[in-house]
Design a protein around this ligand. Structure first.
Ligand code: COA
Length: 109
């Protein structure tokens, strides 16, 4: 949870499966902030914090899926050290019926 002056500004989460031996070095992350808190550096700070916690928990790499046309998220993730490593074609179908590719990104911790 990202808190600003006692108010919830958004959330970030990390998920992994430490029980599965061959993939327990990997975790995935997600982040979402309320629009009024965009552009203040909160995303950068939350990702840095999650990466540190994930590393302390024993994960070696962090991964994420991002809708390909989400420019703001792309800038943020590249700035935070993530690199593109795959594409899920038509991974998302929006309520208006349009399909959107998802980009898979990863970062070594
Ligand atoms: C994506 C999100 C987490 C970014 O958080 P944030 O706190 O705004 O990120 P920051 O302020 O730390 O950094 C954003 C960067 O994008 C840049 N940016 C801002 N608006 C932009 C735009 N329209 N296009 C491209 N880059 C943009 C900023 O300049 C900043 O880079 P800089 O620090 O080098 O100047 C936030 O916008 C969000 O929650 N969006 C909705 C949910 C979402 O898209 N989640 C990601 C799903 S994969």
């Amino acid at each position: 949870m990202a808190m600003v002056d006692g108010t919830i500004a958004g959330y970030g989460g990390v998920h992994g499966n430490r029980a599965r031996r061959k993939i327990r070095h990997r975790c995935t992350m997600g982040i979402s902030l309320l629009e009024e808190y965009w552009g203040l550096g909160i995303g950068t700070a939350v990702i840095g914090y999650m990466a540190e916690l994930a590393k302390q928990a024993g994960y070696e790499q962090m991964e994420l899926l991002m809708v390909a046309d989400n420019e703001r998220a792309g800038v943020l993730y590249r700035k935070c050290g993530f690199a593109e490593c795959g594409r899920q074609y038509r991974g998302m179908k929006f309520d208006d019926g349009t399909y959107h590719d998802e980009i898979l990104m990863y970062r070594i911790l």
